[in-house]
Design a protein around this ligand. Structure first.
Ligand code: SAM
Ligand code: SF4
Length: 432
């Protein structure tokens, strides 16, 4: 029996794609194994968002080749369409697979054809995934991006935005809840630009989609990621605030607090627009957790412009910020600008933003002390003191840690009384 191994780097979209690849290969009778050195096929799901992720991939391939002479390597993900990467890896990859060509993979690997003759024309999202977890699932609502932020490789790597029909999304969500899943995360590069249409021509936007999915009965949570500030409507904020299953967690990337830098990034909003959205979210959902992405050291970013990012962070009082040092990506508009902020300054700016984050996150977390919060447990591990420590997420996406008596709680909702808070986790005692 032929075997495969999947190696995934990068975002939740890549993780979700790997679940569809797993389902697809199992449909062809292949078995997944953990060791790439013993597999017939390795599927490499790549990320090209930052140079560091790319470098990691270049380092892996020669090792696999040396240890496994008969191995076939399939490269998919963000590097599959990049000509410069193809040049660099000439002769080292057996199949280059843009993810939307997944239905053609069977042929490319010489696997026995499955299903009917229309099979090759199916879209990749219509293949049934084999989810990694049995309680939390990423549910893709589309793929690609039309925004062309000047620093970002995604529109080139994943192509233009394609939205999945809302009926397909609803039926995948219904099937997940029926199977007992406790958490569904609607994902896309930009969920809130989602559009689908009904037979009568009526448009279904992201807020409408959330409302429809939210109708499914049961004890489960609905999340979404990631959203763009220019498409964050009041209708969506209210829908999330009012939903029965919707978690009060908003991740939407600011990228910078300086209007000139935002313009050069082609983000199409101002810092004021971003902060007004934060106010709106806090108005409709006062307890919501808010997180963002910020890039430091964009070409030409002066101290004054960087200070505007600090001011934005101080005003928004984020619970989490994913800070990246700018790195030029081949083919993007900003790659033509001089990458003139030194590594040292980028590192220093990242540290300064992290200091602000730690302060606001810790202050925000004080409100949890003494509260009882509902937690979806995702891990139970033995500590050095030989205790079992469970960790999970609250509805507003706080990491919660507490001691338990057995491992059986993974994938379950429990109640935890919070007794201690830190910047990026809150701690408590198991209630029930
Ligand atoms: N679609 C999401 C949005 O607009 O919010 C972001 C997706 S992007 C794949 C994830 C994050 O990587 C971005 O929000 C940005 O902060 C960071 N990123 C993207 N390109 C980058 C670059 N060239 N240098 C540094 N960070 C980058
Ligand atoms: Fe990249 Fe901008 Fe699209 Fe996000 S919205 S994936 S940052 S181009």
């Amino acid at each position: 029996m032929k075997t495969f191994n999947i190696f995934v780097i990068g975002c939740q979209m890549n993780k979700s794609d790997s679940e569809r690849i797993r389902g697809y290969l199992e449909l062809h009778g292949l078995t997944e194994i953990d060791n790439p050195n013993q597999a017939d096929f390795v599927i490499l799901v790549t990320c090209g968002v930052r140079q560091s992720a790319e470098d990691r991939i270049f380092g892996l391939i020669p090792n696999w080749r040396a240890n496994n002479k008969n191995l076939k390597i399939v490269l998919t993900g963000c590097l599959a369409l990049r000509e410069d990467v193809k040049d660099k890896l000439t002769g080292k990859i057996d199949v280059w697979l843009p993810i939307y060509d997944l239905p053609l993979l069977g042929n490319a690997l010489g696997l026995k054809k499955q299903l009917d003759d229309n099979y090759d024309s199916l879209t990749y999202l219509s293949f049934e995934p084999h989810y990694k977890s049995n309680f939390s699932a990423f549910l893709p609502i589309g793929n690609g991006c039309n925004n062309f932020c000047s620093y970002c490789v995604v529109p080139y790597a994943r192509g233009r935005e394609v939205c999945r029909p809302y009926q397909d999304i609803l039926s995948e969500a219904e099937s997940l809840i029926k199977k007992g899943f406790k958490e569904i995360i609607l994902i896309a590069q930009n969920v809130n630009s989602y559009k689908s249409s009904k037979d009568n021509g009526e448009i279904v936007d992201f807020a409408d989609l959330v409302k429809m999915v939210d109708q499914i009965e049961g004890d489960w949570w609905l999340r979404f990621s990631t959203s763009h500030p220019k498409d964050m409507s009041e209708k969506l904020i209210k829908t999330i605030a009012d939903g029965r299953h919707t978690c009060q967690y908003f991740h939407f990337a600011a990228q910078s607090g300086d209007d000139k830098i935002l313009e050069l990034m082609n983000r199409r909003y101002t810092a004021k627009h971003y902060l007004d959205l934060v106010d709106k979210i806090r108005h409709y959902s006062p307890e919501a957790m808010i997180s963002t992405d910020i890039i430091v050291g964009f070409p030409g970013e002066t101290d004054k412009q960087f200070n505007n990012s600090k001011k934005l962070m101080e005003a928004a009082r984020f619970d989490m910020v994913y800070i990246s040092q700018y790195s030029p990506r081949p083919g993007t508009v900003s790659a033509r600008l001089e990458d003139d902020v030194s590594k040292e300054i980028k590192r220093h700016r990242e540290t300064e933003l992290n200091d602000i984050l730690r302060k606001t996150a810790l202050e925000n977390n004080q409100k949890y002390l003494g509260r009882i919060v509902k937690v979806l447990v995702d891990e139970v591990e033995k500590t050095k003191a030989d205790l079992l420590e469970a960790s999970g997420k609250s509805a507003d996406f706080k990491s919660v840690k507490f001691t338990v008596a057995d491992k059986g709680l993974i994938g379950q909702f429990v109640l935890v009384k919070i007794t201690k808070v830190r910047e990026f986790a809150i701690y408590g005692e198991f209630e029930q």
